[in-house]
Design a protein around this ligand. Structure first.
Ligand SMILES: Cc1ncc(COP(=O)(O)O)c(C=O)c1O
Length: 420
């Protein structure tokens, strides 16, 4: 708000919002904007996956896929994924259904067995991890579960603050960093080539430092064409530094959430180490689902075309959210939000010390948002300002209502703050 308001004026504005809020409250809303889940129409796009395998279909490629084996994935799908993420097939493991699971396992292996002959993490004294903020709560939950101290790194419009990262990695206790490099969760930021290049040549003091490059939204555009981004593994090879990165991804938001295919790509040396431990953990992953995905998508180009169908469904939902934010909060000039070109989220920065109150008020009116603070390690947003908005699941009518409630709650929290 640009103009300084008198106490009386604030009270009038607050009462007006409270009246509106009570109307929302009495309409028994039950809306959930908390998690980035695909909507049914998006899931329907992959319904054909159920048709490609029938009892009379052959499930044989290089071997009978109904049987054990091929721990790093079936070759047919490796061709598709390696083309999609621009890596060599020997740099890729196609595994089970969840990339988050692969990230957890990678860290668990480092804890228990160490990396490239270094001391296991859990035998080292102090462990630290870099966390670009705001970021993905489930990443932070993993490092927190392993007792690793997280250090916040500020996000800029072109990626995390690389000066801060280059300085932080001089500490040998710093063992890794979480990155969602394309259409980041929650801001939708695309790391610039300059940022990717600086990551690619990063020289941390710890030999067992790894970049956890979670490319969850690698082709998840909201536009007609997908944004370009530099490939970190290719870039790292130029600097003889390809062991520094684990790239993760999955088809959770391409085919089915939690029912797709997950993968990890890295240098052949890292892949060999992962495979060594993985082959103790399992005899092989679900090749039937891998084969179904191959039969359904056939090639990388078809996967990209499929993503444009997702974009058509969800882009109008993002627009609906932005429209309400623009009409309700922009005139007050008290908040800022991202306008992503892809991914699953909009990140909204409310006035300081109002995010928790806003989310609480919205919840009491029947609209659930991701808890304030959860985009920061340990749930601690020192400004109490950031809220992650997930537009994909509800229909446009519900989204619009949910966002009106959100904006009304944000205004109440703001006016209450002014009076205190
Ligand atoms: C950044 C990011 N990584 C990973 C995941 C989960 O991926 P998966 O379903 O492959 O475990 C999500 C889901 O929201 C995500 O936002």
């Amino acid at each position: 708000m640009n103009k300084i308001l008198s106490k009386k004026e604030v009270e009038i504005l607050l009462n007006k919002e409270r009246e509106l809020y009570n109307n929302f409250k009495s309409s028994s809303l039950k809306l959930d904007m908390s998690r980035g889940k695909p909507c049914p129409a998006q899931l329907d796009l992959s319904q054909g996956l159920f048709d490609v395998l029938t009892s009379s279909a052959s499930v044989k490629g290089v071997q009978d896929y109904r049987n054990y084996g091929l721990i790093d994935g079936i070759p047919e799908l490796k061709v598709v994924i390696s083309e999609l993420i621009e890596v060599e097939q020997g740099e890729l493991i196609i595994a089970g259904n969840s990339s988050l699971n692969l990230m957890y396992d990678s860290l668990q292996r480092a804890m228990q067995f160490g990396i490239f002959g270094e001391q296991p993490f859990n035998k080292q004294n102090k462990l630290k991890w870099l966390a670009p903020v705001p970021g993905y709560d489930r990443h932070f939950a993993i490092t927190e579960a392993f007792g690793i101290e997280m250090i916040n790194i500020k996000m800029n419009s072109d990626g995390p603050d690389m000066d801060a990262i280059e300085e932080a990695v001089l500490d040998p206790a710093v063992k890794g960093i979480w990155c969602v490099p394309k259409y980041s969760n929650p801001q939708g930021i695309i790391y610039s080539d300059a940022v990717v290049e600086r990551f690619a040549k990063l020289k941390p003091a710890a030999k067992d430092f790894r970049i956890y490059w979670d490319n969850a939204y690698m082709i998840h555009t909201l536009e007609k064409t997908d944004a370009e981004m530099m490939n970190i593994l290719l870039a790292a090879k130029k600097y003889d530094n390809e062991d520094i990165v684990y790239m993760f991804g999955s088809t959770s938001k391409i085919s089915f959430a939690g029912g797709g295919i997950a993968f990890v790509a890295s240098s052949p040396k890292n892949i060999a180490e992962i495979k060594k431990h993985m082959s103790v953990q399992t005899i092989g992953h679900d090749k039937i689902n891998q084969y179904a995905h191959y039969l359904y998508f056939k090639n990388a180009n078809n996967v990209k075309k499929h993503m444009l169908k997702h974009s058509k469904i969800i882009a109008p939902k993002f627009e609906a959210v932005l429209k309400v934010l623009d009409s309700e909060l922009k005139p007050l000039n008290i908040a800022a939000w991202s306008k992503p070109r892809g991914g699953y989220f909009i990140s909204c920065d409310l006035p300081k010390n109002t995010a928790r109150r806003t989310v609480q008020l919205a919840r009491e009116a029947g609209v659930i948002f991701t808890p304030a603070g959860s985009t920061f390690p340990y749930g601690r947003d020192s400004d109490d300002s950031n809220v992650r908005i997930a537009p994909t699941l509800p229909d446009i009518e519900d989204l619009t209502t949910a966002m009106r409630v959100f904006c009304c709650a944000a205004k109440i929290a703001y006016y209450e703050g002014l009076l205190n």
